[in-house]
Design a protein. Structure first.
Ligand SMILES: *[C@@H]1O[C@H](CO)[C@@H](O)[C@H](O)[C@H]1NC(C)=O
Ligand SMILES: *[C@@H]1O[C@H](CO)[C@@H](O)[C@H](O)[C@H]1NC(C)=O
Ligand SMILES: *[C@@H]1O[C@H](CO)[C@@H](O)[C@H](O)[C@H]1NC(C)=O
Ligand SMILES: *[C@@H]1O[C@H](CO)[C@@H](O)[C@H](O)[C@H]1NC(C)=O
Length: 364
């Protein structure tokens, strides 16, 4: 009798533990995904430009890829326009959430260049990205691709506007307890949100994202904000966010000095609209001019719409940042941000791409 009761009790508690675990794990699966569709803590990608002078069969859809489980860049197996690409796999979770109309999942998609619109909004930040999360965890994708992604009802696609030039991005998986900090960073970035759903269950902790989603004018926006963030697996990041009232070059005036490192920056710099390499302040900023893919393969920064920087070789404090803004005088007037890490593999990967950068006082 006693044994029977014991057995029943055990069975019930097993069932409860199992259901409990399933409930948590089932809800916890929102994360960055690799090309196999497996959850990864973070990944970064570098979509390669389509070089005009080459008859190499480049489509402008190939990319380099690095994640928390690999150690160096890999050439993608898939083209960026397929649902099996790393962005396709990761965004699949957005389409599932959208279709289920689940009221415990939230998303926010923003881009200064809205899909299928000819207008680029200057009213909002020069910032592009996507967040998808529930009360357990989610991911933040920060990227440079104009007019990407399409609204969720249209499913996955990669726009022609992202094809010719190089593009960069990073996806990081965060536990829900990081979202309050992200909420404040996003406010400062002043994103142009073109698709979103933030159910009421989040409105207590997250103040700004529901307002951004409703395009309600917000409370006072700080000039700049810096926060530490930690990925679900414990990788540390620093996020710099500047508003349009911080009227300066984010790299020279803030990031290099704060990170205490000389930075090599790769951004979209059109001719006669570039801020030169800058050695005025204690920590310098140098413009990268050419990217090397291998000993025989390289491309010019004029073909690159990516936005990233990395510590100069040989200096201490080895940082790498990926984000929103270019080294152009006009970008002082725009909001946007960068996410930075001291992860060794990310540093090695980006450092390895630098072929040539301009020193200060160099006129050619
Ligand atoms: C992706 O782009 C390639 C090269 O342009 C094209 O052949 C292919 O049909 C595209 N695939 C999809 C799913 O759009
Ligand atoms: C949202 O969740 C609440 C509480 O679980 C439930 O009562 C409600 O029906 C849900 N709404 C929708 C639209 O699914
Ligand atoms: C683009 O901007 C112009 C001028 O501001 C406006 O008239 C037009 O409606 C906008 N088009 C779209 C698609 O938003
Ligand atoms: C270097 O950058 C700082 C901060 O933006 C700026 O004040 C300074 O004028 C710049 N120096 C040169 C030579 O452009």
């Amino acid at each position: 009798m006693k044994q029977k009761m014991m057995a029943r009790l055990l069975r019930t508690s097993f069932a409860l533990v199992f259901l409990g675990l399933f409930g948590v794990l089932g809800a916890a699966t929102i994360s960055c995904r690799n090309e196999e569709g497996k959850a990864v803590d973070w990944f970064t990608f570098y979509k390669l430009p389509k070089r005009q002078n080459k008859e190499s069969g480049e489509t402008g859809l190939e990319y380099l890829y690095l994640d928390s489980t690999t150690r160096s860049w890999r050439k993608s197996e898939q083209l960026m326009n397929t649902t099996k690409s790393v962005l396709g796999r990761t965004l699949q979770q957005l389409y599932e959430a959208y279709a289920s109309k689940s009221n415990n999942t939230a998303y926010l998609i923003y881009n200064d260049g809205v899909p299928k619109s000819v207008n680029c909004s200057r009213k909002y930040g020069h910032t592009k990205g996507l967040l998808l999360w529930n009360r357990v965890q989610g991911f933040w994708l920060i990227h440079s691709i104009p007019q990407f992604p399409p609204v969720p009802e249209e499913g996955y696609d990669y726009p022609p506007t992202g094809r010719r030039n190089g593009q960069s991005g990073i996806c990081i998986t965060f536990k829900y307890n990081q979202y309050e900090a992200i909420d404040s960073q996003l406010l400062v970035c002043n994103p142009n949100v073109y698709s979103c759903s933030i159910p009421a269950t989040f409105h207590q902790e997250l103040i700004h994202m529901p307002q951004l989603c409703n395009r309600a004018s917000s409370s006072e926006i700080p000039g700049r904000l810096l926060t530490t963030l930690q990925s679900a697996q414990g990788q540390k990041f620093l996020h710099f966010a500047k508003s349009d009232s911080f009227l300066d070059d984010i790299f020279a005036a803030w990031m290099a000095q704060r990170l205490k490192t000389h930075l090599l920056t790769e951004t979209w710099q059109r001719k006669r609209q570039e801020l030169p390499s800058n050695c005025s302040l204690p920590y310098h900023v140098y413009n990268i001019k050419a990217i090397k893919l291998s000993r025989h393969s390289y491309f010019s920064s004029y073909q690159d719409h990516a936005k990233w920087c990395t510590s100069q070789k040989g200096t201490k404090n080895r940082w790498t940042c990926i984000g929103d803004l270019n080294r152009s005088p006009h970008q002082a007037f725009r909001s946007g941000g960068f996410i930075c890490t001291q992860n060794w593999h990310i540093y090695q990967a980006f450092q390895g791409l630098v072929l040539y950068y301009k020193s200060c006082n160099q006129t050619w």
